[in-house]
Design a binder for this molecule. Structure first.
Ligand SMILES: [Zn+2]
Length: 417
């Protein structure tokens, strides 16, 4: 494809992606928008952390000078650098550099058109300087950040001052839900976990949870749509990060009849073996220690992506009080049971395949919601299944069957179509 053709694809892609044809193209894996955009993006080619606990300098080499905004977040202490969309061409272990005040960092897409770098710091820090340099004297363009330690009180004061000025926080689902006037078919929202800057868990062989669950969600979506009985929308249909609350909001705002969050788990090294799929519903009290650990890990997505949570209302406990008074909880459990029943014949199931824990992403009070852990990326045999197209197809078919069983009485009652 010529450069000119790529530019044209870029220009029309927004319109195309909003159309049914565009969505079909997306499902088949043709992502003209991203593929074309990658070639014209500024690139981050190298990254270095220098200095010590008194002053730490963070430098990123760039193919061109770009604008940046940097701010700090507390609990845990983080520094966030927001950039226009950047193609990160860094080594796989780049983010593991620990030096001076920086413990580790990660980077990736935070929304269409926007990239982010999140640094975990050893304690409260002040951003002394944050600037970009144009290429000069054979040196590439650079982004430079200088950090110095400060006490917690000053740190928190800085944050509250920063919060007075509006900041880019409008991270929205990457796809608009199909709104078809007069279409009474139930809307199912599929929620592939993680994305963008948040990789989720990572297999020893390098596969990322965020990629795997996105692929599976596309398969499940195609399966659900093929019967024509449902409308299906995804909280993300590409490699973008979506905050947990935004996923919930998306389902509620579009009046979803069912919300299915899709993940793949991993057991920390040295903590034994586990295998098979598990279906989770929301509960304040976790079924067991493993469920509690998992919910905690999944709930960390926003922290990983540097989302400012100070404005987030309530915790899971409060939401549950509200939820207890609704039938949503019963419906969620009903679907979870059907899903486990169907998965039994096709997928490997965990020895306790139906569990509950405090997952933030399941807190819509009016949308029956479940979270499916497809298997363990840390278990070799599970990973083999998870990455197999045949297994994905079979498992998607099983979940689609559970959806059918769940909606059958409702559709019949409504005089269905
Ligand atoms: Zn996950």
């Amino acid at each position: 494809m010529t450069v000119r053709a790529i530019a044209i694809v870029c220009a029309i892609s927004a319109a195309v992606l909003a159309s049914p044809a565009g969505r079909a193209a997306e499902r088949t894996g043709a992502l003209p928008k991203q593929a074309a955009a990658a070639e014209s993006l500024p690139a981050a080619t190298d990254v270095r952390v220098g200095g010590d606990d008194k002053q730490t300098r963070f430098v990123v080499d760039l193919s061109q000078k770009i604008d940046l905004t940097a701010f700090t977040l507390a609990d845990p202490y983080r520094v966030v650098i927001d950039l226009p969309q950047v193609a990160f061409q860094l080594s796989a272990k780049a983010g593991e550099q620990s030096r001076g005040l920086v413990k580790a960092f990660r980077y990736g897409l935070i929304m269409q058109g926007g990239s982010r770098i999140v640094l975990d710091t050893k304690g409260p820090v002040r951003i002394d300087k944050a600037f970009a340099l144009a290429a000069v004297d054979g040196q590439p363009a650079r982004l430079v950040l200088d950090l110095t330690p400060i006490d917690r009180a000053s740190f928190l004061r800085t944050i509250s001052l920063e919060n007075r000025s509006p900041r880019v926080s409008s991270v929205k689902p990457s796809e608009a839900a199909p709104k078809v006037a007069g279409d009474a078919r139930p809307l199912i929202v599929l929620d592939p976990g993680h994305g963008g800057i948040d990789n989720g868990t990572k297999a020893a062989s390098g596969e990322l949870e965020k990629d795997l669950v996105l692929q599976f969600a596309h398969t499940l979506r195609a399966r659900l749509e093929s019967a024509g009985k449902y409308r299906v929308a995804m909280t993300r249909s590409d490699d973008t990060f979506i905050p947990l609350a935004e996923r919930v909001r998306f389902a509620r705002a579009h009046g979803a009849a069912l919300f299915v969050s899709i993940h793949a788990d991993a057991i920390p090294r040295g903590e034994g073996q586990a295998e098979g799929a598990t279906v989770y519903t929301l509960s304040e009290n976790a079924s067991d220690a493993e469920a509690a650990r998992l919910a905690e890990a999944e709930n960390r997505a926003d922290v990983i992506a540097g989302v400012d949570l100070t404005a987030e209302p309530g915790d899971v406990a409060n939401i549950l009080v509200d939820l207890a008074q609704r039938e949503t909880k019963t419906y969620s459990a009903q679907f979870a049971k059907l899903a486990v029943g169907e998965l039994k014949s096709t997928a490997r199931l965990h020895k306790h395949p139906m569990k509950a824990a405090g997952f933030k992403v399941l807190t819509a009070p009016d949308v029956p919601s479940v979270l499916v852990e497809l298997g363990y990326m840390s278990t070799k045999d599970d990973l083999k299944l998870l990455t197999s197209t045949a297994w994905q197809g079979k498992t998607a078919a099983a979940l689609a069957q559970a959806v059918d069983s769940y909606f059958a009485p409702r559709l019949a009652g409504a005089g269905g179509n």
